[in-house]
Design a protein around this ligand. Structure first.
Ligand code: DAH
Length: 339
């Protein structure tokens, strides 16, 4: 009988399973009414008195071993269940958020596309410029107060190296490098030493346009800008030109579009004038043509420059320029692009 106990102990020690049914079978085999251990307890009566003590001790030892083993097995199953609880493999996955084009890029692409239909192609220039391309060639005389129109970030002084304050510097490069006819637009980032507010930023984007050929007239400029305004806003949009001053154009004008929100009747966006300013323009000053190696007797041309954020603000009804630079996806994902 003691052999039998050893046999069962050996069986208990070598048993292992992580399957609940198997463990239950094992429990039944040992501990149920007809189980091996229960039977041994039944046989206890017939053990000779002098062996009862040892047999009883071994039998208790066996019973405890079996109980410990079963407790240990069922605990390991429970912790395994816990690991998987809450994991529902049939749930749909987290959707992957699609990125979207930045509104400034959308408007830039739209501007480029409109002028492409008129035969304008794109060129780009460096963001770090020298004084000559940003100012001098554009007819800003040295020490002239017109340079204060644009607060400049200087990288080095004498000779001046700076962050370009406008994309007009690219028209200089283009005229230096090629001869008319030139029909190009220059989109890009520009920098000004301005306090950041809802209406101004130290970094923003412009698109500059340049058309130089024989007999280019102010009427060509007007018609080009009217076409642009009607394509960008809507077919009813009107433009008006107000005389202005830029060192690099003569005559110069600022261009307003009729307010697309009130149709020109007057509202709080156009400050009850019916008009919204969108760009500056003019006929390229003969001095600029000559500075860039173009014969001003033979050729004339027009130029214009606009802020991309400004157009985007009008088009989307965004009132705070800073939103374009904060990278808040809740703002950015509202713009969907055909461009
Ligand atoms: N460069 C000007 C600015 O940044 C914009 C501008 C005005 C560009 C008139 C032009 C122009 O080409 O003719 O404010």
């Amino acid at each position: 009988m003691l052999n039998k106990i050893d046999e069962i102990i050996h069986e208990i020690e070598s048993f292992n399973s992580t399957i609940a049914e198997e463990i239950d079978q094992f429990r039944i085999k040992l501990m149920s009414k007809k189980g091996a251990i229960t039977q041994l307890f039944g046989e206890f009566k017939s053990v000779p008195v002098e062996q009862k003590k040892e047999f009883g001790q071994r039998l208790n030892e066996l019973k405890n071993k079996a109980a410990d083993k079963l407790a240990q097995l069922s605990e390991s199953i429970a912790s395994k269940d816990k690991e998987y609880s809450g994991l529902d493999l049939s749930l749909p996955g987290d959707p992957i958020q699609l990125g979207s084009r930045h509104p400034v890029s959308i408007i830039k692409n739209e501007i480029v596309d409109i002028f492409a239909r008129l035969g304008f192609s794109i060129a780009e220039g460096p963001e770090i410029e020298d004084d000559w391309h940003n100012f001098t060639a554009l007819n800003f005389p040295e020490e002239h107060p017109a340079r204060d129109m644009q607060d400049t970030f200087f990288i080095e002084k004498k000779p001046d190296v700076l962050l370009r304050t406008h994309t007009s510097s690219v028209q200089v490069r283009e005229m230096k490098n090629s001869q008319p006819p030139i029909r190009k637009i220059f989109p890009g980032r520009v920098f000004r030493n301005e306090a950041i507010s809802a209406r101004a930023h130290c970094i923003f984007h412009q698109v500059e346009g340049l058309y130089i050929d024989e007999n280019v007239s102010f009427a060509d400029l007007k018609q080009t800008l009217l076409y642009f305004a009607q394509e960008m806003f809507d077919a009813e949009t009107q433009i008006r030109l107000r005389p202005s001053f830029f060192p690099f154009t003569e005559p110069s004008a600022e261009v307003d579009v009729s307010c697309m929100l009130c149709g020109g009747k007057g509202c709080n966006v156009c400050k009850y004038t019916g008009w919204l300013e969108i760009l500056g323009c003019g006929m390229v000053d003969p001095n600029v043509l000559e500075n860039c190696g173009i014969d001003s007797e033979k050729y004339t041309g027009f130029a214009f420059g606009m802020g991309i954020e400004r157009i985007a603000m009008l088009k989307y009804g965004v009132k705070d320029l800073r939103l374009y630079f904060e990278n808040d996806v809740r703002f950015l994902k509202q713009f969907s692009a055909a461009y």
